[in-house]
Ligand binder design. Structure first.
Ligand code: SF4
Ligand code: SF4
Length: 186
């Protein structure tokens, strides 16, 4: 592939992310104030400054597989600290969307699985059914005993009721229909 093709696909990627996220990433000063306040940035999860740098450089595969895209908790700290008001969670959401459309395997599969199960519970039952969701998450992720101790403590305090396992779960058609309409809108 020629150099000009490379640079035009890098520009296409940048403008696609800017369009989807409604952010002007060219204004980024690379000051790092966002990374300094990001609660999920660590040695394993690069901070938001690096994510923006990857998008600006047109490093599509690197940006799409950046773990921050999955770890971002949409807290908005980066936006508050940014001198040019760039909202990184909008950038992360745009990258998630592109990765999903391109059928890329999520770089952090466990977070993706949890998101899928969370939304499935809300769609089916109108709210998060903790026990059911966590049981399915543990089974499907292979972390069979993950957080079992916390679950038992929550049950003992009455925050989670084991009765719902016996009673089963009632579906909430009103919420399901909202999901259905959203799918039709696309
Ligand atoms: S705080 Fe804003 S300007 Fe500074 S690196 Fe982060 S996104 Fe760029
Ligand atoms: S919104 Fe996401 S990227 Fe920004 S500070 Fe919070 S976790 Fe970090």
């Amino acid at each position: 592939m020629s150099r000009s093709n490379n640079s035009s696909s890098a520009k296409d990627f940048l403008s696609d992310v800017e369009k989807r996220s409604h952010q002007n990433l060219l204004e980024c000063l690379q000051c790092g104030k966002c990374s300094g306040g990001c609660p999920v940035a660590s040695e394993q999860v690069p901070g938001p400054r690096q994510l923006v740098a990857e998008v600006l450089a047109g490093l599509k595969q690197k940006a799409l597989s950046n773990p921050l895209v999955w770890h971002c908790v949409c807290c908005g700290t980066c936006l508050i600290r940014c001198p040019v008001q760039i909202s990184i969670y909008r950038v992360s959401s745009a990258l998630c969307e592109i990765a999903h459309e391109e059928k890329m395997a999520p770089s952090v599969p466990d977070i993706n699985l949890f998101e899928v199960l969370f939304l499935k519970s809300v769609e089916n039952y109108g709210r998060l059914k903790e026990l059911r969701t966590i049981a399915e998450y543990n089974l499907r992720s292979g972390h069979f005993l993950k957080d079992v101790d916390k679950g038992i403590r929550l049950m003992l305090k009455g925050a989670i009721s084991p009765v719902e396992i016996v009673k089963g779960w009632e579906k909430d058609k009103r919420v399901s229909s909202i999901f259905e309409k959203a799918r039709k809108i696309g």
